[in-house]
Design a binder for this molecule. Structure first.
Ligand SMILES: Cc1cc2nc3c(=O)[nH]c(=O)nc-3n(C[C@H](O)[C@H](O)[C@H](O)COP(=O)(O)OP(=O)(O)OC[C@H]3O[C@@H](n4cnc5c(N)ncnc54)[C@H](O)[C@@H]3O)c2cc1C
Length: 68
């Protein structure tokens, strides 16, 4: 049986799900209603997510370990 999956929303959750599905060989369609999405995000993620999301080290601007 051929599986086809539609993922609605291409935020971090939808994009990650679509990537995993596509890498598993499942025909995946990712739908996003707002393609000009300029999200008001601080741009920070926990350091542990770098390896979990397999992010390339060159996109890391700086590592923050403490804040006041
Ligand atoms: C001001 C602000 C700052 C933030 N800063 C940070 C930060 O620095 N670091 C951090 O880790 N997190 C930050 N966050 C939180 C982070 O943005 C969210 O946790 C994250 O985006 C959630 O991901 P998501 O995929 O669940 O949802 P979303 O990112 O909200 O993605 C959902 C997507 O689905 C689309 N969608 C919805 N309905 C439909 C539909 N019917 N058809 C098609 N598309 C649809 C939307 O357009 C959207 O693109 C911040 C949030 C805000 C509001």
């Amino acid at each position: 049986m051929v599986l086809r999956v539609a993922v609605v929303g291409s935020g971090p959750a939808g994009s990650s799900a679509a990537e995993v599905l596509a890498k598993a060989g499942i025909e995946t369609y990712l739908f996003e209603r707002k393609l000009d999405n300029a999200k008001p995000c601080g741009g920070a993620i926990p350091l542990c997510m770098v390896s979990e999301f397999d992010l390339p080290p060159e996109i890391i601007d700086r590592q923050v370990r403490q804040m006041k």
